[in-house]
Design a protein around this ligand. Structure first.
Ligand SMILES: NC(=O)c1ccc[n+]([C@@H]2O[C@H](COP(=O)([O-])OP(=O)(O)OC[C@H]3O[C@@H](n4cnc5c(N)ncnc54)[C@H](O)[C@@H]3O)[C@@H](O)[C@H]2O)c1
Length: 439
């Protein structure tokens, strides 16, 4: 069983302190608020949360949970300190790190006087880079010790929802943490090992980013549901009923699908249907902020690709894929075709390797090149030989994955600009001449 100090007896701190104590660990809660300290030590919960009262009463009575404002005592008598203080918005909207930094300062001072190894694990919500740029420098400065060597550091975000916090603690949807050192990774793995959830062990910054991705996604879901609800009501429909039916689709809707960072959406359905829904909303006098933002953001992703390619200074660009996805020759509103058209307009010569579009032209199908309204002389630009296209191009754009191209493209990426909009090779991240649009 571990000995853990929890800094900040707020929502997150008190719930995790109580649950850790219930699991048999020895927990010292630390706060600057004497009222909260007194409350815990009297076996009473300082906040209202379903089930918390009993947990605290029992844990205190059995001697596994206590509270103090004495930082040195808490650090000396535990193996790890969890930091769960608030990170309110600063006036400019940035994350407020004053409380986290203050606790790091206090723990750092205590670490200076402690001989044994100790891990510091941040649980507050902090933006990517905060551990590296704020917490670790403060801890090192105050302790005179080296992070990851003389003491451990981890970032372990909390995802609980108020009112079901204890239930969420024992049945989490997501466990992720970053650790600088094996000792900290071991403590965190051990604490979570019996929970029915996969444990993702990543670097500190990825863990920081996942927390913001989770919260902003929750916010997006609420806003999206509200917008649909508003439009549905204006059409005389029950918005909640519509969303209940939608969310019963766990294949395409409540799933990983369409959640993979990369290039813009396109094709014969999504762009026109988002436009039509926005139009319907406008007709009904209902704001469609999200539909506007979706179309605007999609356009911006195409503009981003244009600038990635043009900044490489290429005059001859080879496209791998132009149809809106692999396995089809459909070019209707393909964002790759839009991209190619823009580059051509800007004076760049574009050649295209797309086996499905080529097949349609080779077989002289009546639908060959169907849906293309933006690429001049499309048939003349289609090539069948990837190797010659790579050789003749100053830069390559990869829009779709075709299995037979992966090895050659991976090799090409070592020596000439390759702008990857789809991730044809999972091993590659932006480096040197290779640039992935979102990785
Ligand atoms: N509330 C949630 O549902 C939730 C869920 C997940 C993550 N988070 C994140 O967890 C963090 C904590 O949130 P919260 O709602 O529990 O905060 P909170 O405001 O309820 O509690 C923060 C506590 O920290 C204490 N504190 C401040 N300075 C201190 C210091 N120097 N030493 C010791 N204690 C100090 C305060 O007195 C307070 O009791 C935030 O970053 C938040 O974004 C919150």
């Amino acid at each position: 069983m571990a000995r853990i100090s929890v800094f900040g007896i707020g929502y997150v701190g008190v719930v995790s302190a109580a649950c850790l104590a219930r699991d048999g660990h020895t927990v010292i809660a630390v706060d600057v608020d004497p009222g909260k300290i007194a409350s815990i030590n009297a076996g009473r919960t300082p906040i209202v949360e379903n089930g918390l009262s009993d947990l605290i009463e029992t844990a205190v009575a059995e001697g596994r949970l206590s509270a103090t404002d004495d930082v040195q005592y808490a650090v000396d008598n535990t193996d790890a300190s969890f930091i769960a203080v608030g990170t309110p918005s600063a006036p400019d909207g940035s994350v407020g790190l004053v409380y986290v930094d203050k606790v790091c300062e206090n723990i750092g001072k205590a670490l200076m006087n402690k001989d044994g190894f100790h891990s510091v694990v941040i649980r507050s919500t902090i933006v990517p880079g905060s551990c590296d740029e704020t917490c670790i420098p403060t801890l090192e400065r105050e302790s005179g010790k080296t992070a990851g060597q003389d003491f451990g550091v981890g970032y372990y975000p909390e995802f609980l929802r108020e009112s079901t916090a204890i239930e969420d603690y024992y049945d989490p949807g997501l466990i992720v943490f970053g650790a600088m050192d094996e000792g900290t990774a071991e403590i965190l793995t051990d604490l979570n090992k019996d929970l029915p959830c996969k444990i993702h062990v990543v670097d500190l910054r990825t863990a920081e980013m996942v927390k913001y991705t989770s919260n902003s996604w929750r916010a997006v879901k609420v806003t999206y549901a509200n917008e649909i609800g508003n439009i549905a009501k204006a059409c005389g429909l029950d918005g909640q009923h519509v969303m209940e039916i939608l969310t019963s689709d766990t294949k395409a809707i409540i799933s990983k699908f369409f959640m993979r960072p990369g290039f813009a959406f396109g094709g014969s359905c999504l762009p026109k249907d988002v436009r039509a829904l926005r139009h319907l909303a406008n007709e009904k006098g209902v704001p469609a902020h999200m539909m506007n933002a979706v179309l605007e953001a999609n356009e911006a992703q195409i503009a981003k690709a244009v600038s990635m390619i043009e900044s490489a200074g290429a005059k001859e660009v080879g496209f791998v894929g132009v149809a809106f996805k692999s396995g089809t020759d459909d070019l209707r509103e393909s964002p790759l075709a839009t991209l190619a058209g823009r580059l051509i307009n800007d004076g760049i010569n574009v050649k295209i390797y797309d086996p499905y579009v080529k097949e349609a032209f080779d077989e002289e199908q009546p639908g060959a090149g169907r849906g293309n309204e933006v690429i001049p002389n499309l048939a003349d630009r289609i090539v069948g030989d990837l190797t010659s296209m790579i050789t003749a191009s100053d830069a390559i754009v990869v829009g779709n994955v075709y299995d037979e191209t992966v090895v050659e493209l991976s090799e090409a990426a070592k020596s000439k600009p390759v702008v990857d909009l789809t991730r044809f090779n999972k091993e590659l991240v932006s480096d040197g001449t290779y640039e992935g649009i979102c990785w």
